[in-house]
Design a protein around this ligand. Structure first.
Ligand code: SAM
Length: 283
């Protein structure tokens, strides 16, 4: 993406060029994917952008370990939390990014996972474009890729679909049902990964089974993927709603033969357990 020519606006930082000429410098917005939580899953480019930040505008899901990679002097703004505990509206976030860049600052907009996967990154990119502010995008590892399960698998899944389980609240204030193409999602030979689907898990399981997915289809809930407190709960699809009841952290629901228990990545704890078993240490 090419740099936009600097525009002269009041309040912009002035840069003195060789020969004494001065011009207004517009900053840049870096739209950066922070990955699923483990700081080692950041890209090198994301790390470099963070290290150059004057301001970091971040979501609630971005961990302190990652935020600490920014310079101590960089201002941090959590747009997920305000005094009222409400998330800053998207328009205000867009305005904030543009305003900081117009002050000549290097702004890192840090988002969980990848900015363009259920992250509203497209809207922020557009807002920068419309304001004539340069926006550079650094992709991140989306949560599904850290689930510890194959998403495609020979003979089991030739396709993977990411969907949102979020449903707009009805007049009673309760979450309704997500509006999705259930017939297509219930087709075999694919893995369906549902983001933001914990509260609508009963509806999702019901709709998939009503559309023809067997209740015995393997499913998996992954909470806090890649973090120290990661938890994985395998269940048949018919048990998904019940399994979701005890899960509260950010979590994904995965459905399809590829995520059957025997295919899951063995985490270090599981490997230690297997080693102990092999040594006769565990009954
Ligand atoms: C607003 S979406 C953001 C997704 C993000 N842009 C990405 O690419 O992963 C938030 C949802 O992502 C999922 N999520 C994000 N991080 C996660 C993690 N570490 N473990 C499990 N699910 C996660 C959860 O479904 C959560 O409700």
């Amino acid at each position: 993406m090419s740099r936009q020519p600097p525009k002269s606006r009041s309040g912009e930082r002035l840069v003195v060029l060789r020969g004494g000429e001065s011009r207004a410098a517009t900053g840049v917005v870096w739209l950066v994917g922070a990955g699923p939580g483990d700081p080692e899953l950041l890209t090198i480019k994301a790390l470099k952008a963070l290290q150059a930040a004057d301001v970091v505008v971040h979501d609630g899901l971005v961990s302190a370990d990652i935020l600490d990679l920014a310079p101590a002097a960089a201002r941090r703004i959590d747009v997920a939390k305000r005094k009222s505990r409400h998330t800053l509206p998207q328009d205000e976030i867009n305005r904030l990014l543009v305003a900081f860049a117009r002050e000549g600052l290097t702004v890192v907009r840090l988002k969980a996972g990848d900015p363009f996967v259920f992250g509203r990154g497209g809207e922020e990119l557009l807002a920068c474009h419309e304001a004539g502010v340069e926006c550079r995008v650094v992709p991140g590892v989306t949560a599904a890729l850290a689930a510890g399960a194959p998403l495609t698998h020979r003979g089991a899944a030739q396709a993977v679909t990411f969907v949102t389980g979020h449903a707009a609240a009805g007049p009673d204030g309760l979450a309704g049902e997500p509006s999705l193409d259930w017939a297509s999602l219930a087709r075999p030979n694919q893995t369906v990964v549902i983001y933001m689907g914990l509260t609508t898990a009963p509806a999702i399981a019901g709709k998939l089974m009503a559309a023809g997915r067997a209740g015995s289809t393997p499913a998996l809930i992954v909470e806090n993927a890649s973090r120290d407190d990661e938890r994985r709960v395998p269940t048949p699809l018919a048990g998904l709603a019940e399994a979701a009841e005890g899960v509260h952290g950010p979590a994904l629901l995965l459905v399809g033969e590829a995520v059957a228990e025997e295919n899951l990545v063995r985490r270090p704890e599981a490997l230690e357990l297997l080693a102990a078993q092999a040594a006769g240490g565990v009954a």
